[in-house]
Write a protein that binds this ligand. Sequence first.
Ligand code: BF8
Ligand code: SF4
Length: 647
Amino acid sequence: MGRLEGRTVDPAALEMLKHAEEQGLETAWDRCRAQEPLCGFGNLGVCCRICLQGPCRIDPFGEGATRGICGAQDYSIVARNLIRSIAGGTAAHSDHGRHVALTLLAHLDGHAPDYRIADPAKAEAVARRIGLDPAGKTPQEITREVTLAALRDFSRLEEEPCTWVTSTVTPGMTEKFEECAIMPSNINGAIAEVMHRSTMGVDADPVNLIFGGLKSALADYAGCHLSTDLTDILFGTPRPVRSYANLGVIDPEKVNITVHGHIPLLSEIVVDVAREMEDEARAAGAAGINVVGICCTANEVLMRKGIPLATNFIAQELAIMTGAVDAIIVDLQCIMPALKTLCECFHTRLITTIPFSKIPGAYHVDFREEKAKESARRIVKLAIEAYRERDPAKVHVPQVKNEVVAGFSLEAMLEIFASVNREKPIRALVDAIEEGEIRGIALFAGCTNTKARHDDGHLTIARELARNDVFIVATGCAAGAMAKAGYMTSGAVKEFAGPGLTRFLERLGKASGFEGGLPLAFHMGSCVDNSRPVDLAVLIAKEMGSDVADIPFVATAPEAMHEKAVSIGAWAVTLGFPTHVGVIPPVYGSSLVTEVVTKIAEDVFGGYFILETDPLKAAQKLIEALNYRNWRRKYSRASLDEAMVAE
Ligand code: BF8
Ligand code: SF4
C-alpha cells in the first residue's frame, strides 16, 4: 500500500492528497507526522497538569515516578483526565442545544422573525413526552413551554432529575441511574461538578471519579436529545431525502459555499438566502449558487434540505484545495484553525460567525438570530465577491460523488415500519430480530482521525456487519463516510447485505413503496442526533419488555477524535450499549481504569467499551456482543417457559 493510500480509502480524498503533494500544500496528515512520536505519557493519560506544581507524569514502566508531587497515582490521574474530556464534550453538545433553545425563545418573543416553528406536531409530541398537556394551546404556547422545560434542564437547582433523561429512557434505566447516584439534575451543574472534583486535592478515587464522569455523560445525553427535539421543532423533523456526497458535489461552474460546523441556525438560513440570490451569482458570471456541507452542519442540512455533503472531518482541508470553494462558513466545533492558512493560498473566504469561536485572520460576520437573513446575505455576498477572484488554473475537483438517501429520523423510520405493522410499527424490527432474520442493530457514530486510515474503520466494519445481517444506522462523520462511499443506497444492499438483512430491507422497501429501495445504512443525523438511535433502542427495549442493556444493539466509533465522542461513548455505555472505539482513548496508563471501562461497567450498566484498533477484529467483537445478547435473551425466555411448564 502506498503512503497516501495508507491515509485514506476515500478515492476523492486520495486524489486530493496527491494533488496537495504536487502543489506543496500541507494537510492534517502532514502535521500529524510532524508530531510523531506522540507523547507516550499523554497517550496513556498519565500526565497531570491540573496544578502549578506539575506537570507530573507517571512512568508506566515503574522505573521512574510512581506518583505525582501531591501523591496522586496513575489511576487518579487517568480518571481525572478522562472525566474532564467528558465534561468538555458535555459542554459542547449542551451549549449547542442551549443556543437552539434561546433562538426559539427569541423567535417566540418576536425578536427572531426569520425563523418559524416548522414542526408544531413535534412540539406537541415532545410536550406530551415530558408530561405537559398541549390540549387547547397554540403551537407557540406549546413550543414556549417545551423550550422553557429544556432550559430548566440546564439550570435547575433542586435535586430533581433532568427531564430529558427521565422522559426518554425506560423506568428501569432511570432507577439504575438514581441508584448509582449519576442522575444529573442540571447540565451546567454536572459539568461544574466534574471540573471541581477533578481539581487538585479533591476526588482521588478512580471509580468515584468515573461515576462523576458518567453523571456528566448523562447530562451530555440530555443536551444532545433536547437539541435534536428543539431543532426538529424549529426546522422540521427530517423525512427521507435524496442527494449526493463526496467532493464531486463541488460545482466549478457555480459559486460554492461550504457550511461547516454544527449548529444549523445560520446554515439553514444561508441555504434559503442563497436560493434568493442566484441572480447576483449569475451577474458575476457563475451558473448559480451551490451550497455544500462539511461535518455535522452538513448532516443537518442534508437531513432536512437535501444539501449535498462534501466531506467529513479529517478531509475538510481537501475541500478548500479544490480551488473552487468561494466561501467556507464556520460556526463551532471540529473546525481546523489550519483552514485559515490554506484559504490564503486560494481566493476562498473563511468566515467565522460565532463571537466565541473566531480564527485569527478570518472574516467575522457576527451572526445574530434577530438579523439572521441579513447575516446570511452578507455571507453570500462575500462568496460571490470571492468567486470573481477565483483562479480557474487552481481548480481541481475530483469527479467522485455518490448518491445518498438520508433523512431517517425515528419518525420517518416508524412510518416505513408501519407499512408492515400499522398498529405497532416497531414490531417490524423486533419481529425480524426475534425471528433471527436480522442479528441486531449497530449504530455507527463519531469522527475521522489521523490515527486511523480515513473512513476505513467505518466502511470495513459496516461491510462485515451487513454481511452478518446487522441493521445499520449512522450519524456524524460515520454517516459522512458511508454517504460518500455509496453505502446509503439500495445498490449497497445488493452488494454487501447478508440474506436476512436483504430480505428484511427489500420487504420493507416494497411494502412502504420506498422509491429506489431502502439503503444499506440509515442516516439518522448529526452527532447530537445520536439521540435518535437511542430513542429507537428504547422503543425496542420497551417492546421486548426489557432495557437497552438486554437488546442486541451495539455502537461503534471506529475513528473517534473529539471530546464529544468521549462523552457520547460514555453515555452509550451507561445506557447499556456495548460500544466499540477504534482509537484508544488515554486510559491504558491505568489498568484499573481500563478494567472499569471495558469490564466492570458491564456488571453495573450492561454496556461496556470494546477498545480495538483493527476494524476486522472490532467487527468480530461487535458480532459476538450481538450474538451473546441474542443467546441470553433466548436462554432467559427458554428458562421462563420451562418454569411455566413446571408450574
Ligand atoms: O459532532 S463526528 S469529527 S463533526 S465530533 Fe466532529 Fe466527530 Fe465529525 Fe460532528 Ni461529531
Ligand atoms: Fe502533580 Fe498532583 Fe499537581 Fe497533578 S495535582 S500536577 S499530580 S502535584
